[in-house]
Design a binder for this molecule. Structure first.
Ligand SMILES: Nc1ncnc2c1ncn2[C@@H]1O[C@H](COP(=O)(O)OP(=O)(O)OP(=O)(O)O)[C@@H](O)[C@H]1O
Ligand SMILES: [Mg+2]
Length: 175
């Protein structure tokens, strides 16, 4: 069984103005193995984010099923990270605390959070901006904080090692 599986998934958004619903995904099936990379391309509004939101558990299919690791997706979970289309950072927290926000919720100490966040901040090229607030960042920098947050979140998960391995390989070290 594939790691991520969409089986005959359709999504119809209700039309708040009383017209017919909007068919956004129409009988989509796909399967992804672990570590496989999938690019979804299509015109604006064709349903790419909706597809990702289903896998993340933010949206539910109108029909069909979405499974991750064999289990139907019913809600967001600690086994999945999302880099949002808008950076969606917490404006009252500095970069390091945004990156380690999940670990704050887990009750990790400030020192642990800083140690955990730093490699991911370095990885996305934001060394020196740890204590800057989102309002002090460019759009691209904000997106990179979102990427670091998603990657750091996975560190709790055993597969998070893949991120660190990729970084070391990139730096010329042993993967
Ligand atoms: N919560 C929602 N309620 C109603 N309609 C929605 C909702 N979310 C998305 N849609 C509609 O579903 C369609 C697909 O939206 P989606 O955000 O998946 O597009 P996208 O392919 O990611 O586009 P873009 O490239 O612009 O990001 C759009 O027509 C959008 O208006
Ligand atoms: Mg989108």
């Amino acid at each position: 069984m594939a790691f991520v599986e969409l089986d005959d998934v359709s999504k119809v958004f209700a039309d708040a103005r009383g017209g017919t619903g909007l068919l956004t995904l129409d009988h989509v099936s796909l399967s992804l193995e672990k570590y496989e990379l999938l690019c979804v391309l299509g015109p604006s509004g064709c349903g790419k984010s909706t597809l990702l939101n289903m896998i993340a558990g933010f949206e539910h299919p109108t029909s069909g099923t979405v499974r991750v690791d064999g289990k139907p997706v019913t809600a967001p979970g600690a086994d999945r990270s999302v880099v949002f289309q808008q950076a969606t950072l917490l404006p009252w927290l500095p970069v390091c605390e945004n990156v380690a926000f999940y670990h704050k919720l887990q009750g990790r100490s400030k020192k642990e959070r800083q140690e955990l966040a730093q490699p991911y901040i370095d990885l996305v090229g934001l060394t020196g901006f740890e204590h800057h607030y989102p309002a002090e960042l460019s759009g691209g920098m904000s997106q990179r904080v979102g990427i670091a947050r998603a990657a750091a979140r996975l560190q709790r998960h055993p597969d998070g090692r893949a991120v660190c391995r990729a970084r070391r390989a990139d730096e010329g070290g042993n993967p």
